[in-house]
Write a protein that binds this ligand. Structure first.
Ligand SMILES: C[C@](O)(C(=O)O)[C@H](CC(=O)O)C(=O)O
Length: 283
């Protein structure tokens, strides 16, 4: 089983490619969250369930290829119904996912912080959780409920309890609107909880320490790295367009040395060199 729950509390930044995951690890984070919203945005698409399971599994595999940091994967609504959920979990786990998150929204899903969401019935979600539970061998199953915004906080609490009883390991109560609501859920749900600290949504900015004090086991910052990178790219492009040179923004750029360090350039170079030398000796 994944050891994600060994830690008492884990701060988890969102990532959308292997480079971001490598950077997260270098900065001391112990897990990353492969965000559907950030990944689809990086493809130039809206977070409306438009990416395919193959694309998602491929990204998990690519991250797993270069780093052993545990990846929590946002699998949206599970890519279909019960049988699809089974296959989704198998594919993501085989690709290296440490935890797989499935939500109870109607497809096509929306960002949990937008209005106009709908949720599937409790029964329908129970089937998905059972299916995910049967499919997994070592990954954790995170059940996200979007019902707070649709049916109120007590329905979210009720669903959380049911989802845990049906085999989910962690509950992700989506789009809570205050510290009091996070506390309410923590008081009422006896299970590992994950808080979503996305920005520009329905949740005010709350720091990691507060979530830890409330008893949450994880806080994710799912789209923060994407939004920061997007802003940086935009400002860089504006400067290039207006100045025709990067001279004025050199301090904003990661250096070649730093970039190569992140991607372990030297390791691969040395590896290649050593192989060549070894070949020579053998001749
Ligand atoms: C967690 C989330 O599902 C994501 O895709 O990362 C989004 C985040 C966001 O859009 O800000 C969410 O629905 O909360």
């Amino acid at each position: 089983m994944s050891n994600l729950l060994d830690e008492k509390f884990t701060v988890v930044p969102g990532v959308f490619n292997p480079f971001a995951a490598l950077l997260a690890k270098r900065n001391g984070f112990k897990a990353v969250y492969l965000s559907g919203g950030a990944l689809t945005s990086s493809y130039g698409l809206p977070d409306l369930g438009m990416i395919t399971i193959t694309e998602l599994a491929d990204m998990v595999r690519k991250i797993h290829e270069v780093t052993d940091i545990p990846v929590i994967v946002d699998a949206d609504t599970g890519f279909g119904e019960t049988l699809n959920v089974y296959r989704t979990v198998r594919l993501l786990e085989d690709a290296g996912a440490a935890a797989i998150q499935i939500e109870d929204q109607v497809s096509p899903k929306r960002c949990g912080h937008l209005d106009g969401k709908e949720v599937i019935s409790r029964e329908n979600m129970i089937e998905k959780i059972r299916s995910a539970n049967m499919a997994r061998k070592k990954s954790l199953i995170i059940a996200r409920t979007d019902s707070r915004a649709v049916k109120g906080l007590d329905e979210a609490v009720e669903r959380a309890r049911i989802y845990i009883d049906e085999g989910a390991d962690i509950i992700f109560p989506e789009a809570l609107t205050s510290v009091d609501e996070f506390k309410y859920v923590a008081d009422k749900v006896d299970a590992p909880l994950l808080a979503n600290m996305t920005e520009f949504g329905k949740t005010p900015l709350i720091d990691a320490g507060t979530f830890e004090r409330l008893g949450y086991r994880f806080v994710i910052f799912p789209v923060t790295t994407f939004r920061a990178a997007a802003r940086a790219m935009d400002e860089t492009l504006k400067a290039l367009k207006s100045d025709g040179t990067q001279k004025n923004i050199m301090n904003n750029l990661m250096t070649r040395a730093e970039q190569y360090d992140v991607i372990n350039y030297k390791f691969y170079e040395d590896f290649d060199k050593n192989i060549a030398e070894r070949d020579k000796k053998m001749l």
